[in-house]
Design a protein around this ligand. Structure first.
Ligand code: ADP
Ligand code: MG
Length: 238
């Protein structure tokens, strides 16, 4: 496992500055939620941690090692997106082990990782099915399975539950938290939903317009918001 340190990170797309010097320190094993209105720069920041976007200036370190110039495949991270993008013509098992096959891992290793991940996510009975034969929640679990089989140092989630209905969203929040309690993998979880942030986070980072407004535990933000933006955002119904 490893912590993540984001230091003075700026991002510009041409003349458009979307992140204005972001500092976030994430401890080993912590579950940190980035929350803020649509367009404030959450996905951009997460994609920079993943190596999918260049860093205009500043540094990002994973496990104490600066990764600014490392391609995504050389970063020990796994990302789960909102559109789970499963391969429709591959079974659940094939979807889950695809990355390991690309890495040319030995067959025994792949089998073991698949078995462990399937047990963790209650997917054992579904391994031979195709995505279209699964419910929304099961598909989301397969998407998480693809991340878990890689046993990464850091999980990155970008609004993974926003395609699910309200009831399933509540259940999946619980499952993701339980998973984190078991695996203790450092997690950065992006959402625009303050209820999700308040119920899931060890630590919340509230962002607005490319800046961090406040970092704290859910209770700290609730009790002592630093400004009216945080107070209103945390206090308003989703
Ligand atoms: P969030 O995930 O918080 O909704 P994003 O990180 O997706 O926000 O976007 C932050 C800002 O950066 C937005 O104004 C968005 O339009 C802009 N942006 C994102 N990606 C690009 C891109 N590839 N080129 C230009 N502007 C972009
Ligand atoms: Mg986004």
């Amino acid at each position: 496992m490893a912590g993540v340190r984001i230091s003075r990170v700026l991002k510009a797309y041409g003349a458009l500055n979307v992140l204005h010097g972001v500092d976030i320190d994430i401890a080993d094993g912590e579950f940190v939620v980035l929350v803020g209105p649509s367009g404030c720069g959450k996905s951009t920041l997460l994609r920079m941690v993943a190596g999918l976007e260049s860093i205009t200036s500043g540094t990002i370190a994973i496990g104490g090692k600066v990764v600014n110039n490392l391609p995504p495949k050389d970063r020990d991270i796994a990302m789960v997106f909102q559109s789970y993008a499963l391969y429709p013509h591959k079974t659940v098992a094939e979807n889950m082990v695809f990355a390991l096959r690309l890495q040319k891992r030995p067959a025994d290793f792949i089998k073991q990782r698949l078995q462990t991940a399937a047990e963790t996510l209650d997917l054992v009975p579904y391994l031979d099915r195709y995505p279209r034969q699964l419910s929304g929640g099961q598909r989301q679990r397969v998407a998480m399975g693809r991340a878990i089989v890689r046993d990464p140092q850091v999980f990155l989630f970008d609004e993974p539950l926003s395609n699910l209905d309200a009831k399933l969203r509540v259940q999946m929040r619980k499952e993701i938290k339980e998973l984190h309690q078991r695996l203790k993998t450092t997690t950065i979880y992006v959402t625009h939903d303050q209820v999700e942030a308040m119920t899931m986070a060890d630590k919340i980072v509230v962002m607005q317009s490319g800046k961090v407004e406040q970092i704290g535990t859910p209770l700290e933000l609730y009790d002592r918001p630093v400004n009216t933006f945080v107070a209103t955002f945390i206090g308003s119904p989703s």
